[in-house]
Design a protein around this ligand. Structure first.
Ligand code: ZN
Length: 302
């Protein structure tokens, strides 16, 4: 079984203010200003990384306008509330000497606002909450209900191939972000999970293409069946679609978690029906229409 977590509590990823405090003494100059201009095209994490290049790059990253703009870009709706939090910030003796200088007071304030917004504000509904989930792939935070939005549901490449008819090669070429989910008892075997919304955009079939929303565990079980079918060389998508979606069938029961059979056994039973299916098609002409059991929602891709 493939196990995965698409999100973790945001506190596990939180960058603390201490690590962002100005700590290196450096002289400002013309060159520093030009670096700050480059930083304006980047996001906070990239700025922090690049600031390690040299003293000048470090000093350029301490410009408070830069951090203010980051906050305005992220969540202008909550700036007033988060600024209130920042105004209560107390300078402590443990801070590096540079961070305690008045010239950095604004920078420190906006860095704190950035931390508040990044880890305590839902990226979708802009509610400020204490318990949020951080999505490492997208690098932002969501509340529990927004995280359930179809926009953030995940899909394996096997499912994408079946549901949207896009090949793993196409997905690879597009360079979409993914997480690798290891198999619990099969060393070295992984499933790649993508954001369904990225896959739909790649499919480009219809702007109003339905997003098939499944529970994580169902998606994972479904992927397992698709994986074994592929391994056995079964590439008849009409047969697979029909087989998976018939309510009460072996695959359907397995996907819903109602079966004691293993995925391999389910696949071997499914393949045992294949010749019967082909004969049926020969006789009836057309494959039976797919029975849709998965919830479908149409989402706006713009
Ligand atoms: Zn939310």
């Amino acid at each position: 079984m493939f196990e995965y977590k698409k999100r973790s509590l945001s506190k596990n990823f939180k960058i603390n203010l201490k690590s962002l405090l100005p700590s290196i003494q450096a002289q400002s100059g013309k060159f520093t200003r030009s670096i700050t201009l480059v930083y304006e095209f980047l996001v906070a994490r990239e700025i922090t990384k690049l600031s390690m290049v040299s003293k000048q790059w470090y000093l350029a990253s301490q410009d408070h306008f830069l951090w203010k703009r980051q906050c305005q870009y992220l969540a202008p709706q909550v700036l007033i509330n988060t600024l209130e939090v920042a105004s209560n910030l107390k300078i402590t003796k443990e801070w590096p000497e540079e961070a305690r200088r008045p010239k950095f007071a604004e920078t420190v304030k906006w860095k704190l606002v950035w931390i508040e917004i990044t880890y305590k504000c839902c990226h979708e509904c802009y509610n400020l909450l204490n318990k949020l989930h951080y999505l490492p792939m997208l690098q932002f935070t969501l509340c529990k209900s927004c995280a359930k939005s179809p926009k953030y549901s995940m899909m394996s490449e096997e499912s994408a191939e079946l549901d949207y008819r896009i090949s793993s090669e196409e997905i690879k070429r597009a360079g979409l972000p993914f997480i690798e989910v290891p198999h619990s008892h099969w060393t070295g075997k992984v499933a790649k999970m993508y954001y369904a919304i990225d896959l739909i955009k790649l499919a480009k079939i219809n702007k109003e293409m339905p997003l098939i929303k499944r529970e994580n565990c169902e998606e994972v079980r479904r992927t397992e069946i698709l994986y074994y079918l592929k391994e056995k060389g079964c590439r008849d998508f009409d047969f697979i679609e029909y087989g998976l979606e018939v309510e009460g069938g072996w695959p359907w029961n397995y996907i819903k978690g109602k079966s004691q059979r293993t995925a391999q056994k389910v696949v071997s039973d499914m393949l045992g029906q294949y010749s019967h299916w082909l004969k049926k098609i020969e006789k009836e002409g057309q494959p039976k229409k797919r029975v849709k059991t998965a919830a479908q929602e149409v989402i706006d891709l713009d």
